[in-house]
Design a protein around this ligand. Structure first.
Ligand SMILES: Nc1nc2c(c(=O)[nH]1)N=C([C@H](O)[C@H](O)COP(=O)(O)OP(=O)(O)OP(=O)(O)O)CN2
Length: 136
């Protein structure tokens, strides 16, 4: 078993806002991240898969193929979008890094080829804040 990581990048706008709460409570919990006119991040996404090395290719999966899958099923859905408004996988969810990483996992795990297992989704919201999800 060996692990392969592909790093991708996207930009997105969001706000952290719980619609069940008052404006004041949102501002108290989320501070400037609750700004109703949104703010943006340059996200870095690290996707790690695992599997056996093919005797024919020396690969778990061609890293280029993995990049194309991440782009098709994740990046194209969220890059330069507003996570709260435009992105189906985030509909009805609080747009935290945690929930976005889980949504990316759920999206990507459906589209990996047989024998290629999703190990982790690590998402950097800022250079100082990142989350890592292992599927449970
Ligand atoms: N557990 C989480 N905490 C926070 C998240 C998150 O997704 N999960 N997100 C945010 C905001 O989106 C915020 O924009 C993060 O950026 P920033 O304001 O730069 O965060 P810092 O805490 O590093 O800001 P400082 O002003 O330097 O303290 C917040 N929290």
């Amino acid at each position: 078993m060996i692990f392969l990581t592909r790093v991708e990048h996207f930009n997105a706008a969001h706000k952290l806002y719980n619609e069940a709460w008052s404006k004041e409570k949102n501002e108290e919990e989320f501070g400037k991240c609750a700004n109703e006119n949104w703010h943006g991040h340059n996200y870095d996404l690290h996707v790690t898969v695992k599997g056996e090395v093919s005797a024919d290719t020396g690969f778990v999966i061609n890293a280029s193929t993995l990049g194309k899958l991440i782009n098709k099923f994740v990046i194209e859905e969220i890059d330069h979008k507003n996570l709260n408004v435009d992105v189906a996988m985030m509909k009805g969810k609080l747009c935290s890094a945690e929930n976005l990483a889980i949504a990316i996992w759920q999206q990507l795990s459906l589209h990996l080829p047989p024998g290629v297992i999703l190990h982790s989704v690590k998402l950097y919201e800022t250079p100082r804040i990142f989350v890592e999800y292992f599927g449970s």
